[in-house]
Design a protein around this ligand. Sequence first.
Ligand SMILES: Cc1cc2nc3c(=O)[nH]c(=O)nc-3n(C[C@H](O)[C@H](O)[C@H](O)COP(=O)(O)OP(=O)(O)OC[C@H]3O[C@@H](n4cnc5c(N)ncnc54)[C@H](O)[C@@H]3O)c2cc1C
Length: 350
Amino acid sequence: MEREVEVAVIGAGQAGLAAAHSLRRYFEPESGFVVFDHNPGPGGAWQHRWPTLTFKTVNRVYQLPDMAVPEPDEDTPVADVIPGYFAEYERAFDLRVQRPVSVEAVRSLPDKRLAVETDRGTWTARALINATGTWERPFWPRYPGQEAFGGRQLHTAQYRGPEEFEGKRVIVVGGGISGIQHLMEIAPLAAETHWVTRRPPEWREGEFDSEYGREVVAKVEERVRRGLRPRSVISVTGLPLSPEVRAAREAGVLDRLPMFDRIEPDGARWEDGRFVEADTIIWATGFRASLDHLAPLKLRGPRGGIAMDGTRVAADPRIHLVGYGPSASTIGANRAGRTAVREIRELLAT
Ligand SMILES: Cc1cc2nc3c(=O)[nH]c(=O)nc-3n(C[C@H](O)[C@H](O)[C@H](O)COP(=O)(O)OP(=O)(O)OC[C@H]3O[C@@H](n4cnc5c(N)ncnc54)[C@H](O)[C@@H]3O)c2cc1C
């Protein structure tokens, strides 16, 4: 197998496949570019999403470039369809994803190539497109007493649907869409549910049109340009008020409590003495970018993030991050893949 390539892509989710599709127009698979993914099969993070995340409850999955995404019955779980669609995509465009291959570290070599160290050996490349998503880095905040909690704690990444919470007293922590979806599913079965968030939720009326979409992306882009950690798109957009969400609010399912101060063995305690008994805490507290394998490149700046110029790492034009910050959506990932390949071709031509 050829171990020297022009471009290496890490990750075969929406962002990695969109980039690979653009690369395929200019480079041969395996000798010109290579795509690594450590999941056992196609589908990126979609293959792990819970069964009640259906085409109705998901926001919208945009198609990959040049192949329509299936539009099944809206009650179909996304995880049942998208992996097959990605598999077909990889076949149709001959992308030859190497899997399961884990990239463990990327290092800069003295000759300016990059060494991509994997559990199947090392490849070298002149440029890198990192598309490793966030799913594998669930974020769990820490609160006093958390280790002594006598019930069960889980993260959104481990949520498999509402049935297992029947008759339970559940606290859901987190002000994003996942948190409200968990509450809306669990509340009809649970003995009690409580919603706890750091900031009061910001509800958003009206359509999420493309102009508003552009404004949102610009806000996240501004953060990463300044070298700050990207915020989730939802923290900028606010929570969309669908008819289902309105009904849940009216039913009191989305009455929000401020963040508790400590966790006790049988519930959560606030400074003012309030106590809520619970046997389950669900941390719907989001994800962080999976970038540990890039640590040897020392890309992070003093403000905790990686300063970016579009998809390019400002300090190292060989490296592009796609599906990161402003492009962490299926439509953003498509655009980012194209941009990264255009800039890398310019770089390699110099
Ligand atoms: C619950 C949920 C619902 C969402 N709903 C929507 C929606 O409706 N619409 C929308 O546009 N966006 C949605 N998003 C966001 C959307 O999922 C992502 O923006 C997009 O799908 C992520 O694609 P990706 O390619 O960046 O990452 P992923 O799909 O996570 O793919 C990354 C791939 O990289 C691989 N990888 C990671 N690290 C390594 C490594 N070191 N070596 C090798 N391979 C590695 C992983 O195995 C994985 O296959 C949602 C996110 C969540 C969590």
